[in-house]
Design a protein around this ligand. Structure first.
Ligand SMILES: Cc1ncc(COP(=O)(O)O)c(C=O)c1O
Length: 393
């Protein structure tokens, strides 16, 4: 069959490839420790699932407005105000099928064919592919290890051209596990002020920040850029609701209308009972979020300490999300591998540990380990990595 140029330009997800190979080995009876997960290892809190069942039994199984249930949009507006200091009317919010589709629609609403979209490394694998899908040009902006892989004002300034339509900003970062401070965001905002560049701020890991790091929403740090910011968030990671597919985008009125119109012809939004139960989650979920957060914080410190104890491995302590992103490039020569893909393949086949190569995120010196897995499995996996790198039996 003829495949469109845009569809053919899309690359398969590297994260999915590793997870698929790990599952294949597991199915063959191989004991694999997987650090590949992109989702919390906790069940969705039971009060949320019970709420969804209640809505199903109450017959809440029909269409909702394409932009989402009004009650949910009001609750999201309340959350954005109370937690982030952002003012959005419910009609500036569109509920989407996960933060993923919210990001996609944000890009679709702004980017014309040929427009450039700045994507700092290390980036979530889907960003460049989404840009290609709408005919845009992903411009991968190299960051530096000495800046903890964060975008700096100088690097940003040098990347902007007359064709730049958007910057995709993600803090806390997948896969970097780092977060930007308010001062760092402010400095980036100064560069964007006076330009037409739209900032798409993907804040899906908002609830997962550690240590002294405080989460800040981009538009709250740079209120002067409110009219050029799209804020994306959702319930997947904070509430362990990845399969529910509830995300959202908050936008200036004209952009929100365009996104609402698009969604009316695309998905019509997530399932009705999932949206309704999301209101319960947002209203009553803080205690459950805090429990999961405490566990992730312990794991972040532990995995980082254990990785840094391995010769040839350096890892910054994660300040956000649930990923460690160590630089393992000092081991490549000794192990006879040329890049992060070969490193991860060898590690999986010889030591039974699944990690995601940083090459897929634009950082070939690094690998990504998700610590959305138990302490016991973290230790088991790191013991194996240690032996694999040292060559000791
Ligand atoms: C940075 C980032 N944005 C968005 C998403 C998508 O989230 P959702 O499951 O809500 O679509 C992910 C999921 O892995 C992510 O890592």
């Amino acid at each position: 069959m003829k495949i469109s140029r845009n569809a053919a330009s899309v690359s398969p997800s590297v994260t999915m490839a590793v997870t698929a190979r790990a599952k294949q080995l597991q199915a063959q009876g191989v004991d694999v420790v997987s650090f590949g997960a992109g989702e919390p290892d906790f069940d969705t809190p039971s009060f949320i699932t019970e709420a969804a069942v209640k809505y199903l039994h109450a017959g809440r199984t029909k269409y909702l407005p394409a932009s989402g249930d009004l009650g949910l949009r009001k609750e999201i507006a309340r959350k954005l105000k109370d937690d982030n200091g952002l003012s959005y009317e419910p009609n500036q919010i569109v509920v989407a099928c996960g933060a993923k589709h919210a990001v996609y629609m944000g890009i679709h609403a702004v980017v014309d064919p040929g427009d450039e979209v700045l994507i700092p490394t290390p980036y979530w694998v889907s960003y460049p592919e989404m840009v290609k899908l709408v005919g845009g040009v992903p411009v991968i902006v190299e960051t530096k290890p000495e800046n903890e892989y964060k975008l700096t004002p100088e690097i940003l300034k040098a990347a902007i051209t007359p064709k730049t339509a958007m910057l995709i900003f993600n803090s806390p970062s997948n896969p970097g596990g780092f977060s930007y401070t308010a001062a760092e965001m402010k400095a980036l905002g100064e560069v964007l002020k006076g330009t037409k560049v739209v900032i798409l701020s993907d804040e899906i890991y908002e609830e997962l920040v550690y240590g002294d790091m405080e989460f800040r929403s981009f538009a709250s740090v740079c209120p002067e850029l409110y009219d050029q910011t799209l804020t994306v968030n959702g319930l997947s990671k904070a509430y362990s609701m990845t399969g529910w597919r509830v995300g959202y985008i908050a936008a200036p009125k004209d952009a929100a209308k365009a996104i609402d119109d698009m969604q009316g012809h695309m998905t019509s939004g997530p399932a009705t009972f999932c949206q309704l139960a999301s209101v319960d989650a947002l209203q009553k979920g803080q205690e459950e979020i805090a429990k999961m957060h405490a566990e992730f914080a312990k794991r972040a410190a532990h995995i980082c300490k254990r990785l840094n104890a391995i010769e040839g491995v350096t890892c910054a302590e994660p300040t956000g999300a649930f990923y460690a992103f160590p630089d393992v490039s000092a081991t490549y020569e000794k192990l006879g591998v040329k890049d992060s893909v070969e490193f991860c393949n060898k590690l999986l086949e010889e030591a039974g540990v699944a990690c995601v190569p940083g090459g897929g995120f634009g950082c070939d010196r690094n690998i990504r380990l998700s610590f959305a897995t138990s302490m016991e499995l973290i230790d088991k996996g790191i013991d194996r990595i240690e032996k694999f790198i040292s060559g000791k039996k």
